[in-house]
Write a protein that binds this ligand. Structure first.
Ligand SMILES: NC(=O)c1ccc[n+]([C@@H]2O[C@H](COP(=O)([O-])OP(=O)(O)OC[C@H]3O[C@@H](n4cnc5c(N)ncnc54)[C@H](O)[C@@H]3O)[C@@H](O)[C@H]2O)c1
Ligand SMILES: [Zn+2]
Ligand SMILES: [Zn+2]
Length: 368
């Protein structure tokens, strides 16, 4: 079939919205009609050429929500008409990692996915016979996408898809960092560095876990206000003295749980230093630039602080994304304030400009 899609032709150039070909789903694959797709930093990171593992041509996009149109042979967990959220972090339910509670890093299709191929090593996207790769196994800046069955979370049909798409990446990452990775305990003191979609999700996750104090730290007053809306009990404007301020306000000890959601290694370090002596846990969500390293004085660790990394919030996507969506529908998570702009596919480059200007938390592309 012919579809409209935003293609990255060459790094550092604007995406080109055009008609390309999409083949039928093969065994284990699903054709999804996209309703909406969030625009995330990772899309821009790849488009800019900064990601050393990037490839072209490819259709970007990985925060999709839509409706199952057709399924390939052997697909049993979704049927046409099901509402789904796309998963760049799949869940096969069979590999060593899927069977282990401690991680969500499914091993089933990693290698091919990292190269932009579907699990059988080929693509369904093409143009004049030339293959176009599937970015993050999702390629959701398009009217339709083909995904492996294991990369789809089936969600409640009453969930509005234009909002549900933020559960495909940033929001679930933040929520899961608090609920899965850190496993925040009731009554805890938490500090969240960065109040973008990931940090705001972490604030909401700390609230859902029953934290008593949730301190949001950011440079932007507007974002700190949004953090209050997600459950922050205190806000702090980021600066060189942030760690001292946190230590001081916690009786000289630091916070039980800290979260880094900025992508800056200096802030990751602050998150470690602001964690409590004895048991404080710093959870790192941000993706740092190529070659950057996290600098920690070992004394912070010997005295009981711990550091954890969190990919997609430790969320096992097919099991837990539907649960998070249900909590949203039950009124426990407030998604609407996180969506700042609703755009068309033709405006995808404008979404990148908005992101670079830090204008709004998430731009969402809606498909007619
Ligand atoms: N681990 C994962 O699976 C995963 C998933 C999605 C995104 N990410 C990463 O998480 C990070 C956050 O993503 P986002 O979409 O929320 O980004 P964002 O840019 O919207 O938010 C980052 C926030 O950090 C704030 N900030 C900048 N410097 C700061 C400082 N010194 N102290 C405190 N706050 C500061 C900014 O003002 C901004 O509000 C990025 O690095 C992104 O690549 C990781
Ligand atoms: Zn993302
Ligand atoms: Zn697996």
């Amino acid at each position: 079939m012919r579809i409209r899609a935003a293609v990255l032709e060459e790094f550092g150039t604007p995406l080109q919205v055009q008609e390309i070909d999409l083949a039928e789903p093969e065994a284990g694959e699903v054709l999804v009609r996209l309703a909406a797709c969030g625009v995330c930093h990772t899309d821009l990171f790849t488009a800019s050429g900064a990601d050393p593992s990037g490839y072209t041509p490819t259709v970007l996009g990985h925060e999709g929500a839509g409706v199952v149109e057709r399924v390939g042979e052997g697909v049993s967990s979704v049927v046409p008409g099901d509402h789904v959220v796309t998963l760049f972090s799949p869940q096969c339910r069979e590999c060593a990692h899927c069977l282990d509670e401690r991680t969500n890093l499914c091993l089933a299709i990693r290698e091919q996915q990292n190269m932009g191929f579907l699990p059988d090593g080929t693509t369904r996207l093409s143009r004049d016979g030339e293959p176009i790769r599937h970015f993050m196994g999702t390629s959701t800046f398009a009217e339709y996408a083909i995904l492996p069955e294991i990369a789809l979370a089936k969600i409640a049909p009453e969930a509005p898809l234009a909002e549900a798409c933020v559960f495909a990446c940033g929001l679930s990452t933040g929520l899961g960092a608090a609920l899965n990775t850190a496993k925040v305990q009731p009554g805890a003191t938490c500090v969240v560095f960065g109040a973008g979609l990931v940090g705001l999700g972490a604030v909401a996750g700390c609230r859902l876990a029953g934290a008593e104090r949730i301190v949001a730290v950011d440079l932007s007053a507007e974002r700190l206000e949004l953090a209050r809306g997600q459950g922050a009990t205190e806000v702090l404007t980021a600066g060189p003295d942030t760690v001292e301020e946190i230590v001081e306000s916690t009786g000289g000890f630091g916070a039980d749980y800290t979260f880094e959601a900025t992508g800056r290694v200096d802030v990751m370090r602050q998150a470690v230093e602001a964690a409590r002596m004895g048991w404080g846990l710093a959870t790192v969500c941000g993706v740092a630039g190529k070659g950057e390293t996290l600098d920690v004085v070992p004394r912070y660790l010997i005295t009981g602080r711990r550091v954890a990394g969190s990919s997609f919030g430790g969320v096992k996507g097919r099991d837990q994304v539907p649960e998070l969506v249900d909590r949203w529908l039950a009124g426990e998570i407030d998604v609407a304030p996180l969506i700042s702009h609703r755009l068309t596919l033709e405006q995808v480059n404008h979404a990148f400009e908005l992101m670079e200007a830090q204008n709004g938390i998430r731009s969402v592309i809606e498909f007619q």
